[in-house]
Design a binder for this molecule. Structure first.
Ligand SMILES: O=C(O)CCC(=O)C(=O)O
Length: 253
């Protein structure tokens, strides 16, 4: 479903958008099967939950998820996801392998994700996509987003310590965003967000991916950490020497 003008307005104003379509069930099953294999193998790099436990139930996050199994890239490049990303990033889209690129496993009792903004508000737009392999609810600690916080007109600490998660002002500014299994949430990565404790008896798995416009001036055209997933490698700077036309120089706009 192509995003409507209202969807675009909502994303630009609030900073997030719940994609209406969900992943096909067969793909969700393959994503979970690949995740089970990675967890059973205790394959690094991983981030552990707090504490000394070091078995598969203690894995909080599988890092470098795109390098682990092609099924994760298949999810990251679903056409309906890329259609939604065009809202914010235009037609030429890079998927980053050196930002996010992980799968939050969030086992039972998994601790909070402290309030943070992935990017500064003045930075070029980076869009985060959370792709849900399992349903995300208030009980299992769904992500909470502060709508509109990507518009803040002041510098603010980018990452807060976790200790006062439930008493921090951002807790009262944020909206919980429950998501269905197979759902995709995209948001401007400079929005403040965090996630609560998983108080359910099950894991709450989601992939976290970062996308940027390939057109941006600071993007290196052949950066091995970026995978062009839609469109083309455009150049929007001023070439030097500046080309002349037979009937005079181009206007320098
Ligand atoms: O869903 C979560 O637990 C947190 C997602 C998030 O903020 C991240 O992966 O950076």
């Amino acid at each position: 479903m192509t995003p409507s003008d209202e969807d675009i307005w909502h994303f630009q104003h609030s900073g997030y958008y719940v994609v209406p379509q969900t992943l096909p069930e067969a793909l969700i099953a393959r994503l979970n099967a690949a995740t089970d294999r990675e967890l059973a193998a205790l394959r690094e790099p991983v981030v552990w939950e707090k504490g000394d436990g070091r078995d598969s139930r203690d894995i909080r996050r599988l890092s470098k998820i795109l390098q682990r199994d092609p099924v994760f890239m298949e999810a990251a490049t679903q056409p309906f996801l890329l259609d939604a990303l065009e809202i914010a990033l235009g037609p030429n889209i890079d998927l980053l392998t050196n930002k996010h690129n992980h799968l939050m496993v969030r086992p039972p009792q998994s601790g909070i994700v402290p309030w943070h903004s992935g990017e500064e508000a003045y930075e070029p737009t980076l869009v985060t996509a959370l792709i849900y392999l399992e349903e995300s609810t208030i009980e299992n600690g769904c992500v909470r987003i502060v709508p509109g916080s990507h518009h803040r007109p002041f510098r603010q600490q980018q990452r807060y310590p976790g200790g006062d998660f439930h008493t921090h002002a951002l807790y009262y500014h944020a909206l919980p965003v429950p998501m269905p299994r197979g759902g995709i949430l995209i948001f401007n990565d400079s929005c403040f967000h965090g996630a609560d404790v998983n108080r359910s008896p099950h894991s709450r798995r989601s992939m976290t991916l970062g996308y940027r416009a390939h057109d941006a001036h600071d993007v290196s055209k052949e950066d091995p950490e970026k995978v062009l997933v839609r469109g083309e490698r455009t150049y929007t700077g001023h070439p030097h020497p500046f080309p002349n036309l037979p009937d005079g120089p181009l206007t320098d706009t």
